[in-house]
Design a protein around this ligand. Sequence first.
Ligand code: HMG
Length: 387
Amino acid sequence: MKIGIDKLDFYTSEFYIDMAKLAQARGEDPNKYLIGLGQEKMAAVPPTQDAVTLAANAAAGVLDDGDREQISFVILATESGIDNSKAGAIYVADLLGLKKNIRTLEVKQACYSATAALQLARGYISLHPTEKVLVIASDIARYGLQTKGEPTQGGGAVAILMSAEPRLVAFDADSAFYSENVMDFWRPLGNDTALVDGHYSTNIYLDLLNKTFQDYQAQNGYQLDDFAGFAFHLPFTKQGKKGMQALLAAHASQKAEYFMEMFEVSRQYNKQVGNLYTGSLYLSLLSLLENSSQLQAGDRLGLYSYGSGAVGEFYSVTVQPGFRKWLQKQDHQQLLNYRQEVTITTYEKMFTEAVVDGTDRKLDTTADHARFVLAGVKDHKRVYLSR
Ligand code: HMG
């Protein structure tokens, strides 16, 4: 049975900052951010968006009546949860007006959890082939103002509809994964920003890529040149470039130049948004599918998922016939192109005013034109508006 991604959509805040201006404000050479990290713009997320509204905004455009009837499981993958007990997926399903006889769940393992959710969905669909699973990866990456991690923030959500009749990509059988208890990046209880051992984290990312790719190869004997392209978790896009270069250095390839060109295509969207944490890999996959003129039905794509702490997984998918017809490239380019640039001062205000606890407050939602917004907190309950 074929199981895979039937539809893919994303949403990010309508505000961004220019990375060269952030560098200037922080006394850094702009090329450190533009070239050294590979980031041009970074989403600035207003207090009126949280992991729930970003997720609902990402999924709203993707579902037709048939999908709504067939979805019986909604999984929210996030490390920006809004409650320690209740799953954000319940709010998302409610905002989307989904039927009530569904399962809803939130999963967490840093940036890896969307991949875990997709693998769960795959197992679920193999038992219930007429049903669909909606997986949404939604996060706001927060390290803090004036920290080393600051230029690697960002935010947004990717909605992924999984089914037994996938129109975009089908999951291949092989998959290799690896877990190791390391402290490269974490967010202790009570902290609203992450703690990180930055350079260590970049090394663990590459270690787990090498390990999982080797295990994947041991399963099926595929060589690098059996792939048509790769998508990596992109905490900042230079990290994925290092991943691609590491694979090329360790494995013989006649297609090295081609793979580097495909990598450029795979990072187009991520360069404009920053780190989406759980959604980053799938935004990169979307960028590859929408912006490559070379991909064809039957092509194999390698996907590397990494979540600090740490879990890595390397797996592959096969591009489906007619996949281009089901992509929304124009919508996504518009979403990115029509965002409003904000000053570094405005971004800092948005960052500081983010709703990171359950204290009651009212928010002014007039500047945020998204369909779903957070209007405040009343009696320790988040109040969402659907417009
Ligand atoms: P830093 O110390 O500020 O930067 O931290 P740096 O000095 O290492 O410079 C960065 C790069 O810019 C270097 O390139 C410099 O050479 C270059 P590299 O040597 O690495 O190739 N550079 C320049 N290039 C051109 N012109 C210039 C220039 N100046 C310098 N003028 C760091 C950077 C990424 C460590 C920091 O931002 C950080 O800690 N970020 C957060 C951690 C992170 O993103 N880790 C990635 C792996 S872990 C992961 O992916 C999981 C994660 O998504 C979380 C989750 O799982 O939930 C983070």
